[in-house]
Design a protein around this ligand. Sequence first.
Ligand SMILES: *Cc1c(COP(=O)(O)O)cnc(C)c1O
Length: 340
Amino acid sequence: MNQEIDWANLSFGYMPTDYNVRCTYKDGKWGEIEVSQDPYINVHIAATGIHYGQEIFEGLKAFRGKDGKVRIFRLDENAKRLQSSARGIMMEPVPVELFTEMVKKVVKLNERFVPPYGSGASLYIRPVEFGISAQVGVKPAKEYVFIIFVTPVGPYFKTGFNPSNICIMRKYDRVAPQGTGRWKVGGNYAASLEAGEKAHELGYSAVLYLDPKEKKYLDECGPANFFAIKDGKYITPASDSILPSITNKSLQQLARDMGIEVEPRHITVDELADITEAAACGTAAVASPVGEIHDLDTGEKYVISKDGKPGPITTALYNELRAIQNGDVEDKHGWITIVE
Ligand SMILES: *Cc1c(COP(=O)(O)O)cnc(C)c1O
């Protein structure tokens, strides 16, 4: 164990670790897994990933339990989503078995960076794939590289699990209606930077996007999914421009386990007046409770948390998901892979 790392005060940033793993697709097949200590890559100046944005990624985490074991959360789901993203922008899908083997390998190789149980910190796993063949014409690449690096990240809520405010700004879209929103494509992030920075400048933690076609329904919440509690039900936007969050899918299951009805459906902006809890969800935070939602175009202010605290259902879901990740409760749904 690295005694010198202040786990509880780590940020969500990059800290060097010992190894990364790589695999290249060339001549119609994936090669051998390479283990590297080099944080740099040597890429051709005409690589399609650089010029035409043929780039996709994933994000998942490993946690150390009280028993000392390292647990990776829903790795098969991330493997499948990476394949879906690859197909979406005509890249070569990474086989699920290869993805799984590489994730386990890179975590094992960097085991000394998996934060201790109880620190609230975790090991963030970042798989990335992009086109590397030298091309100038706009066509899918013939060669791809798939790389996974890991870095320890601190607890998301350093000052406690508290609500933050988000905003609606209709002049920004993250993606097009039938565009790349449902895939984890780097370009979607580039397209969201201006709105995100603007929101932060104004003191909001994220932008609550509306559907890019009609601007009527709630869509993504910054780089996370959105869910709310209305009439005791878990409601979450159903839309083709949303990235299917594995955290959201897991919270929906846990909600059903608690006897809460789950409704993935269109949610109108007006409905915000009737919701009792709301949160942004994703791997980074699990669930980040929302205090108020300010519609900057209409001036409407929806006060979701009346007492400035996270709601009871959001809190229960957050605690249950974290307990599964940390190995504190039984993994009823088979979401955990233990790194041997
Ligand atoms: C990654 C991501 C999420 C969250 O997905 P998880 O699988 O829960 O981490 C949500 N929205 C967008 C746009 C994302 O890129």
